[in-house]
Design a protein around this ligand. Structure first.
Ligand code: ADP
Ligand code: MG
Length: 347
């Protein structure tokens, strides 16, 4: 069947000295092609960290990572950015839309960032996604004019627009009501069953995970179980038996880690942790200065590392600004223009 991504002996520690946190400890696992895989585990168990490492959004402190047959550990930032932008799609709990772009602009952002327009075939695919996601009458609306569910659909359309073989979703239903969650999960399941895409979804929600073909369970930074499709009850039972007392997973989005939380952690070599398409992730919420001019940025130009301060230059403005601003900026999350990841509890 082949693997869309895999990690070997993966380790990640944050901080140094007494404040060292071991987020991942010797994880080896592959994401199978064409499958919908859920990565499940209590808050703080390392789910988001694993996803970030697998997606090349942040660098591990030990072990190796492959996307398809390409080993990304050690890849240069520029190469990694291009690979990620062309082959990987991302959906986050916080939607990460660019507030200054309308729906169409957000969906086509990965192409813009790649310095090209969708081909006719790609445009047809985008149109089909727009249709399937029911956002056709919203194309000229900005994110703040949409409900959370609609914003997440736009984020999904963007993630699937380039037909990436691999899609990572981190708590994609975390900010949605149950009906909208079901729709979003159905779309992700469809992407794998009908389109052969490989989906890796991080969630702490047993119902969400029950939509997956396979459920990986993390506990304390280790892979503790690897099971075929499970019912929500089976998943809950497993979670209860493994539940860690902690619950205060400090910081879900390493990216944001930037200046605040990230200060103590090793600078991500991947450049722009949390920055899927380099600039795009930008998208991280509500940045008033995420101008649309940024969308015209030359591909990969300079992917600033997440911690980088705001480049004055217009180019990748979106990336840096948002990466930096989020942690400090916006604690609330269903705020329409600037949802931020939840920090506590359920990361
Ligand atoms: P999950 O997504 O399962 O809730 P995470 O992968 O976000 O867990 O976090 C795993 C552990 O690593 C937690 O103890 C968390 O506090 C810690 N952690 C995550 N990111 C950072 C960071 N940037 N700096 C310091 N600690 C972090
Ligand atoms: Mg998380």
């Amino acid at each position: 069947m082949g693997l869309a991504a895999r990690v070997a002996d993966l380790g990640k520690t944050y901080g140094t000295g007494e404040s060292t946190v071991t987020a991942l400890d010797g994880v080896s696992v592959g994401i199978r092609r064409g499958q919908f895989t859920a990565i499940m585990g209590p808050s703080g168990s390392g789910k988001s960290t694993l996803m970030h490492m697998m997606a090349g959004l942040d660098a591990p402190t030990a072990g190796r990572v492959w996307i398809g047959d390409t080993e990304i550990t050690g890849l240069r930032d520029g190469e990694l950015t291009v690979l990620r932008r062309r082959r990987v799609g991302f959906v986050f709990q916080a939607f990460n839309l660019v507030p200054t772009l309308d729906v169409r602009g957000n969906i086509t952002l990965p192409f813009e960032l790649d310095g090209r327009r969708p081909t006719a075939g790609e445009q047809a695919r985008i149109d089909a996604l727009i249709d399937q996601l029911g956002i056709g009458d919203r194309l000229t609306h900005r994110p703040h004019q949409l409900s959370g569910g609609q914003q997440q659909r736009v984020a999904i359309a963007r993630a699937l627009a380039t037909a990436p073989d691999l899609v990572f979703a981190d708590e994609p239903t975390g900010a949605l009501d149950s009906r909208t969650s079901r729709e979003v999960l159905a779309i992700l399941a469809d992407a794998s069953s009908r389109h052969g895409q490989s989906i890796a979804m991080v969630t702490h929600d047993p119902i969400a995970a029950s939509h997956a073909d396979r459920v990986l369970f993390l506990g304390d930074g280790r892979l503790v179980a690897d099971k075929p499709r499970q019912t929500p009850e089976q998943i809950s039972a497993h979670m209860l038996s493994a539940e860690a007392p902690d619950g205060a997973g400090a910081f879900p989005y390493a990216a944001g880690a930037a200046p605040t939380a990230g200060a103590s952690s090793a600078a991500p070599t991947a450049g722009g942790a949390g920055h899927p398409f380099a600039a795009a992730s930008s998208v991280r919420a509500g940045e008033p200065d995420a101008t649309s001019s940024g969308a015209a940025a030359p591909p990969a130009a300079a992917v600033p590392s997440a911690g980088t301060a705001h480049p004055a230059a217009g180019t990748v403005t979106m990336t840096a600004s948002s990466g930096v601003a989020t942690p400090a900026g916006m604690p609330t999350f269903p705020a329409p223009t600037g949802p931020a990841p939840s920090r506590g509890g359920v990361a």
